[in-house]
Design a binder for this molecule. Structure first.
Ligand SMILES: *Cc1c(COP(=O)(O)O)cnc(C)c1O
Length: 511
């Protein structure tokens, strides 16, 4: 989540340091180390841009030190986003830092590399290529969120065009989706004025109900979203069942598959699962390159089956520095590094390499699930490659614990692990759960370390007086601000009531 920053008032700023009664060394010459310079005894500029420069070594060290209070990415089990790439990939990416991807004329090879990636990904998703009239296409994006915005716009425009052509009203578009959707779907709907029609989860169903989804479709429906790997439990929604129902009932409604996480997992672990362009109603698919695509944050992909599903009026032919290029993005300038990183991973690892990695992750997730189950947890995610390689679980209510999932998360946090606790999507009786995402750099030995700490967390909480746990949690909530960073978070918008979180206490999963 990106926070809206809040600008502090003068009165809130901390008082400055007292002067010592000894003579301070003067001058800014750097014969001493960074910590002997005056900068070490001054506050880092936070509110007003400083008048003067500081030496680069000092700026580097001060910012680096400041960042040590961030969590350790490898211990952050909350996120799907890549935290490991090989040195050669990093080198290529650093070398491309100064290339602006949109500048096709100047960097034609980077542009071509994106097209190679689009082709590989579209074929991985079985876009039909046997007919010479097929004209599948796609683009890179900043992530799945931008990809989903573009796909939503395409579905909306296509629906509007059909309505206009039929002389029918076209001002009330809606989209059908699971209430466990990632927050970017809520944004897409709201930003582009599309009504959200939700299929709600229940106490024991966390994915979309295909029948209910198809029943919600009406003449104003622009499409159905089906998720390949929900962010809460990693379960794959049954896109084939939705497709088959639409076909059976002869309903003209496209499906977009949100394969943000599963798009680089299912084809390797579960190739028999039919979820992609093999289904005739699937018109577009997005995937996050920076999740199981194994690239550092900043890249996503979206592919369309045919130009029929990507209306022309959304495409801009940009004559940029002399060359005409079709463009469909929300951003203009962006770095080329992530696209190059994606190409590296795909040709370096090949299908065999991705298969080997995803296979290991599935084994480790199953191993972790079995161990957590043995410790009394109820496992809510699938095993054996039937879902994403993650473990979603909750405490067994029959054990009458005096603590909940959020308390366990706090305990693990004290040992450096970030294992988040969530409140589930609406209508599932505010079920709480915890989730461990198994990423490429989560090896078996790290799983063992986590299991040991989970055990310790449970025994610590069991030995604590309930009142003490409550106080501890409240204290943590209030003071989880070692660095005072919470002061800078904007509270003006805290009480929004339009989102699923605002309305139902659903917490958006980190991804
Ligand atoms: C992560 C995720 C998104 C958002 O993707 P970003 O790449 O983070 O923009 C959307 N949908 C699902 C199912 C996700 O897991």
């Amino acid at each position: 989540m990106v926070h809206l920053g809040r600008v502090m008032t003068d009165k809130e700023l901390a008082p400055s340091m007292e002067k010592l009664n000894i003579e301070a060394p003067t001058g800014d010459d750097f014969h001493t180390s960074v910590y002997g310079s005056r900068f070490a005894a001054e506050d880092l500029p936070k509110h007003e841009m400083p008048e003067k420069e500081m030496p680069r070594e000092v700026a580097y060290r001060m910012i680096k030190d400041d960042l040590t209070l961030d969590g350790t990415p490898t211990l952050n089990l909350a996120s799907f986003v890549t935290t490991y790439m090989e040195e050669e990939a990093e080198k290529l990416m650093v070398e491309a830092f100064s290339k602006n991807f949109i500048d096709y004329e100047e960097y034609p090879v980077s542009a071509d590399i994106q097209n190679r990636c689009v082709s590989m990904i579209a074929r991985l998703f079985h876009v039909p290529t046997d007919d010479e009239n097929t004209n599948a296409m796609g683009t890179s994006t900043i992530g799945s969120s931008e990809a989903i915005m573009l796909a939503t716009l395409a579905m909306k425009k296509r629906w509007q065009n059909a309505r206009k052509a039929a002389g029918k009203p076209f001002d009330k578009p809606n989209i059908v989706m699971n209430s466990a959707v990632q927050v970017c779907w809520e944004k897409a709907a709201r930003y582009f004025d599309v009504e959200e029609k939700y299929v709600y989860c229940t106490k024991d169903r966390y994915v979309i109900d295909p029948e209910e989804a198809v029943n919600l479709v009406d003449e104003n429906t622009i499409g159905i979203c089906s998720i390949l790997g929900t962010t809460y439990t990693g379960e794959y929604e049954d896109t084939k069942a939705i497709n088959d129902l639409l076909v059976k009932k002869n309903i003209d409604c496209p499906i977009h598959v949100d394969a943000a996480s599963g798009g680089f997992v299912a084809p390797f672990v579960n190739p028999e699962l039919v979820w992609d362009f093999r289904l005739e109603k699937v018109v577009s698919i997005n995937v996050s390159g920076h999740k199981y695509g194994l690239v550092y944050p900043g890249v996503g992909w979206v592919v369309w089956r045919d130009p029929e599903f990507l209306p022309k009026e959304l495409i801009f032919n940009i004559n940029y520095l002399g060359a005409d290029q079709a463009s469909f993005t929300l951003n203009f300038s962006r770095g080329a590094s992530q696209i190059i990183g994606q190409y590296y991973q795909m040709i370096r690892l090949g299908k065999h390499g991705y298969r080997a990695i995803m296979h290991n992750l599935t084994l480790i997730a199953d191993y972790l699930a079995a161990n957590l189950k043995a410790l009394g947890a109820i496992i809510m995610s699938k095993s054996g490659g039937e879902g994403l390689p993650l473990v979603a679980f909750r405490l067994n209510p029959e054990k009458n614990h005096q603590f909940d999932e959020f308390d366990v998360a706090h305990q693990l946090r004290e040992r450096g692990w970030v294992v988040p606790a969530y409140t589930m999507a609406p209508h599932s009786e505010k079920l709480k759960l915890m989730r461990v995402v198994v990423r490429e750099d989560f090896s078996r030995s790290r799983a063992d370390a986590l299991i040991a700490d989970f055990k310790l967390a449970l025994s610590t909480l069991e030995a604590m007086h309930p009142q003490r746990i409550k106080e501890h949690t409240q204290h943590m909530k209030k003071h989880a601000t070692r660095t005072g960073r919470h002061k800078n978070i904007n509270t003006h918008y805290n009480d929004e009531e339009h989102s699923l979180q605002g309305k139902h206490d659903k917490t958006h999963a980190v991804c």
